[in-house]
Design a protein around this ligand. Sequence first.
Ligand SMILES: [Zn+2]
Length: 207
Amino acid sequence: MTAGTTPTGREAEMVKATQILTAAVVAMTAVLTAESSLEAQGLSLTVRLRNDAKAPDYIVRGAKRVVSQIYERAGVNLIWVEGGAKINIILPVRDEGWKLHQPPNAMGFAPGTENQRCTVAYVLMHRVEEVSAGYHAEIGEVLGAAIAHELGHLLLPHNSHSQTGLMRPEWNQRDFRSGQRGDLVFTADQTAQIHQSPVVIRQSFID
Ligand SMILES: [Zn+2]
């Protein structure tokens, strides 16, 4: 028998193994390519959360998860950073929070005018705690929704409250029932506007 004509039993096994391996590599490449192209089309935004109010870590972590989920549904990947962010969310120390507190029922605010969008928004922990107690909702859920709302003000045009969704000026208990976050999402129009925000960047690579 000449090598290369009829494979021996061991060679046949190796050929089969190579074929299986090749198939696996092809399949894996297909998955990676699909994921890469999704990532490549994705929009992202760097955000820093400054916890001057010293809210407990687990609440801040829970809140960040809520904010990320809301923005993921709007097609934006939030990247939480410690510095050099496009957007800063500040939880003021409690005493300052009382002083900054403008309308008595506001949980937060985002300074800005028709012509100028700011890059800093504030969320007041004492109000978040009151609202979460009133709604029997987790503090992290309410904090996350409040941050997502104020962040929305920084990305959307001035006075961007809407009749439905996350950008309603007032929420109710239904919004937080069983941690479902009911209607707290951006409308289709708002989602399109957010995609146009100059601080939202289109990812061109994966790091
Ligand atoms: Zn608002």
